[in-house]
Design a protein around this ligand. Structure first.
Ligand code: GUN
Length: 294
């Protein structure tokens, strides 16, 4: 069997078309232009690319964007005071601080400083807590993007054995929570595996849906999965450069061997990545809508 490719690029395009209509409507009926501030501290090449993609997506959709680049040696106090200003800025509905941050800055304190109503990443503990108990909140972009990929590809999750590999706050833990909930793309039996899991292959072989977010290439190979599995590869690993100087990207899954057994699989690039960005846009539009006092 050779797998169906689940194209995040295509699905993200559909969602962008839906968002364009919503943004036009917000401007016409309420005079509101959604606004996103992105903060990049330092010059990590991968982070630079991600923030650049987010800004480009804003421009493409008609979302106002402020890109703030700060030197890598900025103090935590300076960053917190910038966030305070953005919290009060009525043109800005969403604030995104690109992670990871340099060592001298405490990430938790920074996330806590963002007004939960502008936390379009869904990282603030208020939003995380609301997500867990299923109250209205901003869902974190990558897990939300994964749910949309599954839903829009017609993958049934109810009663499915979902195995997640990787326990990060950004992907593993939220995806576990969302997929076990009684929601359309949920109602699954979810197992979360991590670096101390005794027998990883035992779990990956049982999976109907396998979500891999370990941050390491080839964590999962063809011999570790069953025939007909649906595989979502969250990883983006830079393993070198082409002669033209372009980064060579691979996921956390060994695409070539796994695609021979899977029913469907996301590619890297062009799978989860574009979904993360479009869900950020969706959250920013929602934040703008929430700011309207009727
Ligand atoms: N670093 C890696 N992924 C993300 C993300 O989704 N949001 C932010 N702010 N930083 C990240």
């Amino acid at each position: 069997m050779s797998a169906k490719i689940i194209s995040g690029t295509e699905i993200a395009k559909q969602i962008r078309e839906e968002l364009k209509k919503e943004i036009k409507e917000l401007k016409k009926r309420h005079g509101v232009t959604p606004g996103l501030a992105t903060i990049l501290v330092g010059d990590d090449p991968a982070s630079k690319v991600y923030v650049g993609q987010k800004e480009k997506s804003c421009n493409n959709l008609g979302i106002y964007s402020e890109k703030i680049n700060l030197p890598g040696d900025i103090s935590e106090k300076e960053l917190l005071s910038l966030i305070e200003k953005l919290n009060k800025n009525s043109r800005i509905h969403g604030i995104l601080v690109q992670l990871p941050l340099p060592k001298q800055i405490n990430e938790s304190r920074v996330i806590y400083a963002i007004d939960p109503a502008k936390d379009v990443d869904g990282f603030h503990p208020v939003n995380v807590g609301k997500m867990v108990v299923r109250e209205k909140c901003f869902l974190p972009c990558t897990p939300h993007g994964i749910l949309e990929l599954l839903a829009r590809s017609g993958v049934q999750t109810e009663g499915a054995e979902v195995v997640v590999v990787g326990r990060s706050n950004i992907v593993g833990k939220p995806v576990l929570n969302l997929m076990l909930q009684k929601r359309p793309t949920g109602n699954a039996t979810v197992t979360l595996c991590h670096t101390r899991t005794k027998d990883l292959v035992f779990h990956t072989k049982r999976a109907d849906i396998l979500i891999v977010a370990t941050g390491h290439p080839k964590t999962v190979t063809g011999d570790m999965v069953k025939e007909g599995v649906v595989v979502i590869d969250v990883g983006v690993n830079r393993i070198g450069k082409t002669p033209e100087g372009k980064a060579i990207l691979v996921g956390d899954v060994d695409f070539e061997s796994v695609k021979e057994k899977a029913a469907a699989i996301t590619p890297v690039p062009g799978g989860v990545g574009p979904m993360t960005i479009v869900m950020l846009m969706k959250n920013t539009v929602e934040a703008a809508r929430n700011s309207i006092v009727e």
